[in-house]
Design a protein around this ligand. Structure first.
Ligand code: TEU
Length: 560
């Protein structure tokens, strides 16, 4: 059936799709394991904590869980500095606990995605330790990126590249050599020209796939393959290149790595899925999302978009077109462990720049002139979430967003963990504020995060206002965020059919879409109330006013 001219997305229908296609429209819930639930009272979330709270995920109605790294790590970067990709951090459990958690999730048809971090290891990894011991010019050092410095005595870094967390991307060793780290110094970048590096990651993927893992989230998938021929280009030259020839980001040749990974994924039944985290321009994203590559790629465009109708419409259209082009489905994200939680983002006054908490909102939480209108932020966040969940493709939720949690700004410097904070002298707060342990109940001291009041304090401090946004408090409350998310996910399962979307003409400031089967979603970004589309009102992100949809509100309607 031809779609009307104002339609975007493919006409492929997912109904009865093979098990292999489960990810195409999945709702994936991201768990940051250290902050989800602590089963043993050490103040750190763990894998048994996830297993013990599977009921929460079932009641929420998610299709899959993505676990941020739970591997052994000194936590120089929240676990993204990995000592051993094929083990579990002892404070989080062990492989038996992992297997038990997977079994508990699978028993409820919840898939499991693990995080793969291929760009770097930790500095404690056996390979980096061997590289340090073996000395300059060794085969062991060739697994990483070692260079001599510039200037007299080689005491200037080999290039002016900067770490994503601030400061130079090079660190000098006592022997005078420098090594590359695009993130923290404790995260040396690997040399992906090496066959043994490639083979080792294939073995890691097989290790987890053999344990029953359903998919992989691939950390900074754009960065692995680098052109490090001398002279290294300077930063100003790098910023403009987006054609596959950048020195270290999104080089065409990185796709050769993923072609090998795809061959491995397809040896499993069903094939393992993968989703690329690649902060690349939209037109380059499709390369990672192709079925011959990782198969899906994060689109962070909504997360980066201001709250206005034209931008949202452009982002939605562009991404549905791109996903149709790649053969994948789009991904939608409003929050994750790297960014300021979206109810806070939407309530921040004087916001500018990227919403990425690695770099964003100078002064947020520090500068008293930057305030948060929480009521506004919460209203817009609920409206944004309902619109996101009405879009074709898969939606990625971040733990705690179902509770409507705000970013926690009130963390003392001494309690902060994110290297961004320390490497920028505190001018960027970093990401700790979205990684605070979840409130399960409304009772301090840990709001149910740890098993009893005598437990060690949560590894990041929880604010008193968590009492009002706990699972226990919101459970059964008709107006709570948790209830909204549960209803939305249940309805989404019932209503989803097909991957197309049609825009219904509407006045400026209003976005109105309809999915196959007559599922209407209308969001009012404008100041004045607008009529509810005709039909059965299924869900609203906030109260209607005199039967109309007020500002910053989304409604779902089964068309008449
Ligand atoms: O994040 C990468 C990331 O977010 C950066 O690439 C950055 O945001 C981007 O350049 C846009 O400015 C991943 C993980 O999600 C994060 O937690 C880790 O700290 C990082 O990789 C390093 O492993």
């Amino acid at each position: 059936m031809p779609l009307p001219p104002d339609s975007v997305g493919s006409t492929h229908f997912a109904e009865g799709a093979a098990a292999a296609d489960w990810w195409r429209d999945a709702v994936v819930y991201q768990v940051y394991p250290r902050s989800f639930a602590d089963s043993d009272g050490d103040g750190i979330g763990d894998l048994d904590g996830v297993r013990e709270h599977v009921d929460h995920l079932v009641a929420l109605g998610v299709d899959a869980v993505w676990l941020s790294p739970f591997y052994p790590s000194a936590l120089a970067d929240g676990g993204y500095d990995i000592d051993d990709h094929r083990d579990v951090a002892p404070e989080l459990g062990d492989l038996a606990a992992f297997d038990a958690m997977v079994a508990a999730l699978h028993a409820h048809q919840i898939k499991v995605i693990v995080d793969i971090v291929p760009n770097h290891t930790s500095d404690r990894h056996r390979w980096f330790q061997a590289a340090l011991a073996a000395g300059p010019g060794s085969d062991e050092r060739d697994r990483y990126v070692f260079r001599s410095g510039r200037g007299p005595g080689g005491d200037q870094p080999p290039s002016d590249w900067e770490s994503d967390f601030g400061g130079p991307a090079w660190t000098r060793l006592p022997d005078g050599w420098w090594y590359l780290h695009l993130f923290a110094p404790e995260q040396p970048d690997l040399n992906w020209d090496r066959r043994d590096v490639r083979d080792d990651f294939l073995a890691t993927l097989a290790f987890w796939a053999d344990r029953g893992v359903d998919g992989f989230r691939v950390d900074v998938a754009n960065l692995l393959v680098k052109d490090l021929t001398e002279p290294l280009p300077d930063l100003a030259a790098l910023a403009t290149v987006a054609d596959g020839n950048h020195a270290y980001s999104d080089r065409d040749a990185v796709q050769e790595v993923y072609a090998e990974w795809r061959t491995l994924f397809d040896r499993y039944d069903p094939p393992r899925m993968a989703v690329a985290e690649a902060w690349v321009p939209a037109h380059r994203r499709a390369r990672y999302a192709r079925p011959e590559s990782l198969g899906q790629a994060f689109n962070f465009d909504l997360l980066s978009a201001p709250w206005d109708a034209p931008t949202w419409r452009r982002v939605i259209t562009e991404n549905l077109d791109l996903s149709a082009e790649s053969g994948s489905t789009s991904t939608w994200v409003l929050s994750n462990h790297d960014v300021i939680r979206h109810p806070t983002r939407y309530g921040i006054t004087a916001a500018a720049g990227q919403p990425n908490a690695i770099g964003y909102i100078p002064g947020f939480g520090v500068d008293p002139d930057i305030t948060v209108d929480e009521a506004l932020g919460a209203r817009r966040a609920r409206a944004a979430t309902l619109l996101m969940l009405a879009l074709p493709g898969s939606a990625y939720l971040y733990q705690g967003e179902e509770l409507g949690l705000f970013e926690v700004a009130e963390i003392d410097a001494g309690q902060r963990q994110d290297p961004t904070f320390f490497r920028t002298g505190g001018t960027r707060l970093g990401r700790d504020g979205c990684r605070v342990p979840l409130p399960w109940t409304s009772e301090p001291s840990s709001y149910g995060f740890s098993p009893d009041p005598a437990s060690a304090p949560p590894h990041l401090p929880q604010p008193a206002w968590f009492a009002d946004l706990s699972v226990a408090r919101e459970n059964g409350d008709d107006a709570s965020s948790l209830t909204l998310y549960r209803r939305a996910l249940r309805l989404r399962r019932e209503l989803t059919s097909g991957e197309g979307l049609t825009w219904v003409p509407s006045e400026p400031g209003v976005l109105h879409v309809v999915r196959a089967g007559g599922w209407h979603c209308l969001t009012n970004f404008g100041p004045d109330p607008v009529p509810v589309p005709p039909g059965e009102l299924l869900l609203a992100s906030g109260p209607l006013v005199d039967g109309s949809v007020p500002t910053d509100t989304t409604v779902w309607v089964r068309g008449a």
